[in-house]
Design a protein around this ligand. Structure first.
Ligand SMILES: [Mn+2]
Length: 255
């Protein structure tokens, strides 16, 4: 509502584009969850994403913790290969710990195991994480490209985009803790040294020019920790601008 000013679309004077003009957005509501039953909750999420894909629309899924990415990626099975671009402080590549395989430390490992996932670009990874060194080794062995925020700043956005396979379908997963806690404090595992707004927007903008973004999730916004509401506003702004760019450049090209 904060960005609903009563005129259509979102005009960006730098690009001279009115993003979201004519774009139809439908909220299909929450996935039903069964408290303490992750598997059944994930099945409900997968069913919802499959329904969105069957309608020919772009799924944009709001978490929830990062485990919700697992059913989102499963829903793309049988629809052609996807390359995953992850914005996150954490690698989320734990295979199993304490018997847990479908928690919020596991999603990129579960994604990499899927036949329809061809590779991962993991951006913003830094600091202490649930993933130990063996997870990084396993991710790289599966062809994952792992870059920290500092490495991305040294390379620049264009050089980073050059490392992402071109002309393919991307699934974009944004963990809000990929951003710096100074602008996104409302999350369970804040990690200092994170991205600023335009660094991520420019990566997303470049991605929509390089290939087709066919799915998006944004996860780990925790309202109880978001005392100023600023984290939710950041999430809304990055999604508004991401959806606008995908809609403009995919031209109804969604699978
Ligand atoms: Mn994550």
């Amino acid at each position: 509502m904060l960005f609903s000013f009563g005129h259509a679309g979102a005009y960006d004077h730098e690009d001279d584009v009115t993003y979201l003009d004519g774009v139809r957005i439908v909220d299909i509501g929450d996935a039903d969850i069964v408290h303490t039953d992750t598997e059944r909750s994930h099945l409900a999420i997968e069913e919802g994403v499959r329904a969105i894909l069957a309608a020919g629309a772009l799924p944009v899924v709001l978490g929830g913790d990062h485990s919700v990415n697992i059913p989102c990626i499963r829903a793309f099975a049988g629809r052609g290969p996807i390359h995953i671009v992850q914005i996150d402080a954490h690698l989320d590549f734990v295979d199993e710990r304490h018997g847990v395989r479908h928690g919020h430390g596991n999603p990129m490992r579960r994604a990499a195991e899927q036949d329809h996932v061809t590779g991962l670009s993991q951006f913003g990874i830094r600091n202490v994480s649930s993933t130990a060194k063996e997870g990084y080794v396993a991710a790289r062995a599966l062809g994952s490209d792992i870059l920290s925020v500092r490495q991305i700043r040294k390379l620049g956005v264009d050089a980073v985009l050059d490392r992402v396979p071109a002309g393919v379908d991307y699934y974009l997963t944004i963990d809000i803790d990929g951003f710096d806690p100074s602008i996104a404090p409302g999350t369970g595992t804040p990690s200092h040294g994170g991205f600023l707004y335009y660094e991520v927007l420019e990566l997303i903008d470049g991605l929509t020019k390089r290939g087709c973004v066919v799915g998006i999730d944004l996860v780990e916004v925790a309202p109880d920790y978001d005392h100023s509401g600023m984290t939710a506003i950041l999430a809304a702004q990055i999604l508004l601008n991401a959806i606008g760019r995908v809609a403009l450049r995919s031209g109804g090209n969604q699978r």
